[in-house]
Structures are given as structure tokens and as C-alpha cells.
Ligand binder design. Structure first.
Ligand code: AMP
Length: 214
């Protein structure tokens, strides 16, 4: 079961990925998380990627393609994998296809831009645990601090409004064309394309996906 999750940043890919990975017992491969780990580790990849990430640009295809190709050959991907945040461009999708990596389902989570801006600009993170809050929809018990540890919460560098708008533009320009790329995919097997309304509650999106994926 090889699944691609498409959707603008903040569409809820991570939330749905959590559900899908346990349902199908497959690993979630989040290229955003891989890149953030590299930035934290301050390794060669992280140093190269950081400037693009902070400014809301995509990192160059050459930095990410080999990383993913290698990741999907690891043992835990034997029964499938869930790609969250990859491919983000047509050349990334082509590289995957050229390497013989098949895709069973392409799931697009659709959310209007104004909703995305509200979601992301209110997002607060506890960096050590990855816990995510929202100042309006899921506030911490005490303003600005993590519920479990009391550590201060932070705004992700790329969650400032100006950068969110740039990330959305990049999504529409570079990533959304993948919907048509997979709808018109000419190789065999052709992935099945699904679209879900990402403004519904996470639980009801779960249910919809459960029905659609069978
Ligand atoms: P995400 O957490 O998926 O929104 O990713 C955060 C940032 O990492 C993006 O804004 C990009 O700068 C970079 N990134 C993640 N995945 C990719 C990808 N497949 N191609 C290019 N850049 C990526």
C-alpha cells in the first residue's frame, strides 16, 4: 500500500497520516520532518535546506529526491509507505516514477487558502515533543506554554503570515499540478486519485478515507 498525501501546508496531512499509518501499518515519510531533523542536527543537508525552508521556498529537487528514494528501500517500507510532503513538484514525481516506485493512492486534502492562513498563523509548537497547539482551536491550558512540561511554545519559523502566503503560492504553482499528473498517469499501475474536503473534522475525514480506501 503506497500512498501519497497531497494538500497545502496546514491542510491536515500530518493528522491524517497518523491515522493512515496505524490503519495500514506502514511508515509515514514526512520530508518536512526529515529536513527539520537535518536542520536540528546541523548536518550538510540541514545547512543547505534551512535558508529555503525559513523563507517558505521548496528546497531544490536534487536535495530531496535521493533522500526519499533511499528511505523507501528501508525494511519498514516493505509493505508500503505513506508519503507526506513528497512529491512536491512534477520532477520529484517523475523521478519517483522513473525509479519504478509505484503509487496505489493519491489522496488530495482540499482546504481553501483563507482557512490555511488562519490555521497556520495560530499554530504553536512544543519543539522537544512535536506537540502542536492552536491559539484558537486547541489552546494550551496556560497561554504560551506546553501542557505537559511547561516549556515555552514557539511559532515555527515558516508559520509567519508572509511566509505562509509564499508557501501557499508555491503549493498552487508547483504541487497542485500533481493532481493532474496522477489523474493522467499513463504508466501501469495507475494510482487511484481521491479528493477529500479538509475543512471537515479530522474524525469525519478519517471515516471518509476509511470508506474510500476500503
Ligand atoms: P512541510 O513540513 O511538509 O510543510 O515542509 C516544510 C518545508 O520543508 C517546506 O516549506 C519546504 O521548504 C521543505 N520541503 C519539505 N518537503 C519538500 C519537498 N518534497 N520538496 C521540496 N521542499 C520540501
Amino acid at each position: 500500500m503506497n500512498i501519497i498525501l497531497l494538500g497545502a501546508p496546514g491542510a491536515g496531512k500530518g493528522t491524517q497520516a497518523n491515522f493512515l499509518k496505524s490503519k495500514f501499518n506502514i511508515p509515514q515519510i514526512s520530508t518536512g520532518d526529515m529536513l527539520r531533523s537535518a536542520v536540528q542536527a546541523n548536518n550538510d543537508l540541514g545547512i543547505k535546506a534551512k535558508q529555503y525552508m525559513d523563507s517558505g521556498e521548496l528546497v531544490p529537487d536534487s536535495l530531496i529526491i535521493d533522500l526519499v528514494k533511499l528511505r523507501v528501500t528501508q525494511a519498514d517500507c516493505m509493505h508500503g509507505f505513506l508519503l507526506d510532503g513528497f512529491p512536491r513538484t512534477i520532477p520529484q514525481a517523475e523521478a519517483m516514477s522513473d525509479s519504478g516506485i509505484n503509487v496505489d493512492f493519491v489522496i488530495e486534502i482540499d482546504v481553501p487558502d483563507n482557512v490555511i492562513i488562519e490555521r497556520l498563523s495560530g499554530r504553536r509548537i512544543h519543539p522537544a515533543s512535536g506537540r502542536v497547539y492552536h491559539i484558537k482551536y486547541d489552546p494550551p491550558k496556560r497561554d504560551g506554554v506546553d501542557n505537559e512540561t511547561g516549556d515555552p511554545l514557539v511559532i515555527r519559523d515558516d508559520d509567519v503570515e508572509e511566509t505562509i502566503i509564499k508557501r501557499l503560492k508555491n503549493y498552487h504553482d508547483q504541487t497542485e499540478p500533481l493532481v493532474n499528473f496522477y489523474a493522467n498517469y499513463s504508466k501501469d499501475p495507475k494510482p487511484k486519485s481521491l479528493k477529500v474536503n479538509g475543512t471537515a473534522s479530522p474524525e469525519s475525514i478519517n471515516e471518509t478515507l476509511k470508506d474510500l480506501l476500503g
